[in-house]
Design a protein around this ligand. Structure first.
Ligand SMILES: [Zn+2]
Length: 430
């Protein structure tokens, strides 16, 4: 309550999350020196591994014997083969810990293959507590108003619950599924009234918002929003510059995922610190220290993510940062790139809408915008993919992109990786 405020504390307690408790703990960790932060994390790792061994067939067989023989958990982790979405999908039943039931979450990921997993309240308490704690690095309090440039829930029930959440948490949302000059102008005037404390956004979305305001002769600086937290995709330097210039704000980069919450967060010196809720290992680093990022999230119990790779590449910088925080610094080389679908009327639609629409309906897909009025979609079916399902998906897509766009489905057995090794689900027009 000390950090969260009465209203939010009560709301989180009602939904079964002890966010205040986790914030108190995490704020104490922030006061430790780096050695003791390490100790704190290793203790958490030990507890996590013991729990995973006792409650999950998969992890029990993976390192149960070593743990029972007294091998150091850190040693086990450093020797362990990383897991990824594919491994989790193949061993799902054996990985779940039934003693810690969790609500279901779904990533809209960039692979075109939706990933569903359980997350328990304990993990969510830490994820939310960590988020509020790091936002305070930049003077943002949990109750501060947020301008959110993000997706909008698809479906009536999900839409209603999102509206309630936005209302309670003081968020004003601009849907990235329907961005055009009209929606941007309306949003600009709405923000002028409510005076948000910060933006929470995809970098590309706020970049497009800035361009739209510019086209319409509106001054982003009139909004007086001092901070933009960018997340969910690569923050390119030109994007950062444009946002800072257009809104007269400071841009803060957040590195996280639906699976594991915030992993790294920029301090006031612009360096990305690895947070105490995760352990990050770099797999097979090259001469420059870069390798695949593997994350162990220390508080999840329903489905432990231990040494989990998400395809991103980075390196650790063990030198201390001027800010004095006791957390290591992470440098990310290449992360997810999302993009927009262009419509004939000038509207741009964030490609994540496709992931929402296809969620649970196919094994995998890749949409390619061939022309402004033509999208072909390769689909690996998950069971039947008949005309009815194709028609209903087409209709949904057209409700966002307009009736004039043609959608052609191409049923295939496999969707190959791109040259970059990434599996993107949307390829924009050149
Ligand atoms: Zn720092």
């Amino acid at each position: 309550m000390e950090y969260l405020g009465n209203k939010l504390d009560l709301i989180f307690k009602l939904i079964g999350e002890d966010v205040s408790g986790s914030m108190v703990e995490l704020k104490k960790v922030e006061q430790l020196d780096s050695k003791n932060v390490e100790k704190y994390k290793l203790n958490k790792l030990k507890n996590l591994m013991e729990f995973a061994c006792d409650n999950s067939v998969f992890y029990g067989s993976l390192f149960g014997d070593e743990l029972a023989n007294g091998v150091d958990p850190q040693e086990i982790l450093s020797q362990m083969k990383p897991i990824d979405k594919q491994v989790i999908r193949e061993n799902f039943e054996d990985m779940i810990c039934e003693k810690a039931p969790g609500g279901w979450r779904c990533t809209s990921g960039t692979s075109g293959s939706p990933f569903v997993f359980p997350k328990d309240k304990r993990a969510l308490s830490y994820m939310d507590g960590m988020m509020f704690s790091v936002y305070q690095w930049h003077g943002i309090d949990p109750c501060d108003r947020q301008a959110r440039l993000w997706g909008r829930a698809v479906g009536r029930v999900a839409g209603f619950s999102q509206k309630m959440k936005d209302f309670v948490l003081g968020r004003k949302r601009l849907s990235v599924f329907a961005m055009n000059d009209v929606s941007c102008r309306e949003y600009f005037y709405a923000l002028k009234k409510i005076k948000p404390r910060y933006f929470y956004c995809y970098p590309n979305a706020i970049y497009q918002f800035a361009l739209s305001l510019e086209r319409q002769g509106l001054n982003g600086r009139d909004l007086g929003v001092p901070i933009a937290i960018c997340t969910g995709e690569v923050l390119f330097p030109h994007c950062r510059e444009k946002i800072e210039e257009s809104f007269g704000c400071k841009v803060v980069n957040e590195y996280g995922s639906s699976e594991n919450g915030i992993i790294g967060f920029e301090c006031e010196f612009g360096r990305m610190h690895i947070l105490p809720t995760v352990i990050v290992q770099i797999i097979n680093p090259d001469a420059g220290g870069f390798g695949k990022i593997a994350i162990t999230e220390l508080n999840s119990r329903s489905l432990p993510f231990i040494n989990y790779t998400n395809g991103d590449v980075g390196r650790l910088d063990m030198g201390r940062c001027c800010c004095g925080k006791p957390f290591d610094v992470l440098e990310i080389k290449d992360a997810r790139v999302d993009s927009y679908i262009k419509c004939q009327d000038g509207t741009i639609v964030y490609d994540a809408i496709l992931a929402y629409i296809f969620s649970g309906k196919v094994a995998q897909f890749r949409a390619i915008q061939e022309r402004i009025d033509l999208i072909t979609i390769k689909v690996v079916p998950n069971g039947a993919f008949g005309v009815d399902l194709q028609d209903s998906i087409s209709l949904k897509i057209k409700s966002y992109l307009g009736d004039n766009v043609s959608i052609i489905f191409d049923i295939v057995d496999k969707i190959p990786h791109e040259k970059s090794g990434k599996l993107r689900y949307f390829i924009p027009m050149n």
